[in-house]
Ligand binder design. Structure first.
Ligand code: NOJ
Length: 553
């Protein structure tokens, strides 16, 4: 298998709004990030993925961009950005920008022009259609509730927005749009950024006839309907030639609706498109069918089936990304682990289970502290438009009661990941001296970076050790994966193999004691890492709640 630096790297995602506020306005900013680079260096990560910092009216916290070459005022200036980039590079840390080009903000100058008239030179930058039988052109839903079409009285036509109505979809079939995007990407590469995380890149190519899809619980077809459209690979290959090949970049495509077969094309190791994709099948194991709003717990066997299929399916063909969390997902320790008595043990177990697989690890800010979901009480506590819109739509339609929906939001809302990073036990968790834009998780007095860094057996130090191990042991990066004991509902166990060497990863996903028979060939193995201080390996072991052990032979 070909060795690449981006296979050996660990990526850390920063959600700037909630990371560190340097000027007391309650909103995280770029200077705040720069002030914390030494913290990230100490953790040991190699690459930062920065969620959007561009100029934006913030309908969707920066994922609605009104100028791709300007910095959002709340976050600082272009000088602050350049300073941060140089300071990261000084520390040997690379920087990946979030590229949001499936759509722009409706306040982007292209859209302001586009909506003016059907003759406007920018008209065809977006996707406009006349009404069909006096209604929307098809039954597609927006990711954030309601129809994906908005009627614009100016020209009496509808425009497509797979996300909010302030995020009109760009028309990638227009070569001028593609040229503008490539030019902008090259401008950032010239500045010295190291790569791109590409927002919903699987959605950029729509089928020309925009066919109806199967309706979901709110009556609309999924926003994923256009996923993996007819020209997506052609456009990414063009982007590879016109932009990405100019530098030694790291690229990851956020590919909602991607299948394993499609992923092989997006992330083909021939290097013709992207280095890797984010797939979401393992984020759907606790969904209720196609509906994410539930508090159903996953069946571990489903998780194993999905992750194993991706591990085996991409082996020697493409490359995986490994993530439990990002700014769109709740906290993993509350979702797949235990955020009560076993919070730290289960946070370490989850990290062991995932980050010893084959692929590039992504850590989301606060995950390395074992940050948890948030006890939001009322709908007014939420800031995320996805959560707020879904609450009103589904309670309004009588699909869920208000209490039910609040319960689901508490479990699944994106805001669980978006509360301020917990730096210390000082006021507002040391995130700001002002009033934070969203509530701080009240558990910051116990869970914070200062406390975690002061204690040898903390989650932080465990992550640090896992990251170090990846640098020391090639097998963690390049070894092949084999699942053991697929039918167990309690234990996730697998091996990794490289040449003569083998690793055995054993993880207990429950709060119970569970027996585990260690394969004979590992009985004399060395313990590489474990989340209990005193694990003793023998043939018939009893794993303790959320125990994780990695053996090497
Ligand atoms: C995916 C992003 O991760 C999410 O935060 C955003 O709301 C949508 N794409 C729209 O850009």
């Amino acid at each position: 298998m070909e060795k690449k630096w981006w296979k050996e790297s660990v990526v850390y995602q920063i959600y700037p709004r909630s990371f560190c506020d340097s000027n007391g306005d309650g909103i995280g900013d770029i200077k705040g990030i720069t002030s914390k680079l030494d913290y990230l260096k100490e953790l040991g990560i190699d690459v930062i993925w920065l969620s959007p910092v561009y100029q934006s009216p913030n309908d969707d916290n920066g994922y609605d961009i009104s100028d791709y070459q300007a910095i959002m005022k709340e976050f600082g200036t272009m000088e602050d950005f350049d300073e941060m980039l140089a300071a990261a590079h000084d520390r040997g840390i690379k920087l990946v920008m979030d590229l949001v080009v499936n759509h722009t903000s409706d306040e982007h100058r292209w859209f302001i022009e586009s909506r003016k008239s059907v003759e406007n030179p920018y008209r065809d930058y977006y996707i406009w259609r006349p009404a069909k039988d006096g209604k929307e052109p098809n039954n597609w839903g927006s990711c954030f509730s309601g129809s994906a079409w908005e009627y614009d009285p100016e020209t009496e036509m509808y425009y497509l927005h797979l996300f909010s109505k302030k995020q009109p979809d760009l028309n990638w079939d227009n070569p001028k749009v593609r040229e503008e995007v490539y030019e902008m990407m090259n401008w950032w590469l010239d500045k010295g950024v190291d790569g791109f995380r590409m927002d919903v890149i699987s959605l950029i190519s729509k089928k020309p006839d925009l066919p109806d899809g199967v309706p979901g619980i709110n009556g609309y077809a999924s926003f994923n309907e256009p996923a993996n459209g007819p020209h997506v690979h052609e456009y990414l290959r063009e982007m590879r030639e016109k932009v990405l090949n100019r530098a030694d970049t790291i690229t990851v495509g956020e590919c909602s609706g991607v299948t394993l077969e499609e992923a092989k094309k997006y992330a083909d190791s021939d290097g013709s498109e992207l280095n890797m994709v984010f797939q979401f099948e393992h984020m759907d194991v606790d969904a209720d069918g196609t509906n994410k709003w539930s508090d159903k717990k996953m069946d571990l066997r489903d998780l194993k089936e999905v992750l194993t299929r991706w591990q085996k399916g991409l082996e020697n063909i493409a490359w995986n990304s490994l993530f439990w969390e990002n700014h769109d997902q709740p906290r993993s320790v509350s979702r797949f682990g235990n955020d009560g008595k076993y919070r730290e043990t289960s946070a370490k177990m989850l990290a062991t289970c995932l980050y010893l697989m084959q692929g590039t690890p992504y850590i989301y800010q606060g995950q390395e502290l074992g940050m948890t979901n948030v006890p939001f009480e009322r709908i007014e506590d939420f800031r995320d438009l996805d959560s707020i819109n879904a609450y009103h739509e589904l309670t309004g339609q009588g699909v869920f009661s208000k209490e039910e929906m609040l319960r689901y939001l508490r479990y699944k809302s994106r805001d669980n990941a978006r509360t301020p990073f917990q730096w210390s036990d000082e006021e507002h968790a040391g995130f700001t001296t002002g009033t934070p834009w969203i509530m701080v998780n009240p558990n910051y007095k116990e869970i914070n970076a200062r406390e975690q860094m002061s204690r040898e057996d903390s989650v932080f130090h465990y992550f640090q050790k896992l990251i170090r191990l990846r640098k020391e042991q090639e097998i963690i990066v390049y070894g092949t994966y084999e699942l053991l004991w697929p039918e167990s509902r309690e234990i996730y166990a697998y091996t990794r193999t490289l040449g003569e060497k083998q690793l055995l990863v054993i993880c207990n996903f429950t709060a119970d004691q569970v027996p585990f028979k260690v394969p004979e060939e590992f009985l004399q193995g060395e313990i590489l890492i474990q989340n209990f201080r005193d694990a003793a390996v023998n043939e018939n072991m009893t794993l303790r709640p959320y125990e994780a052990i990695v053996l090497m032979r």
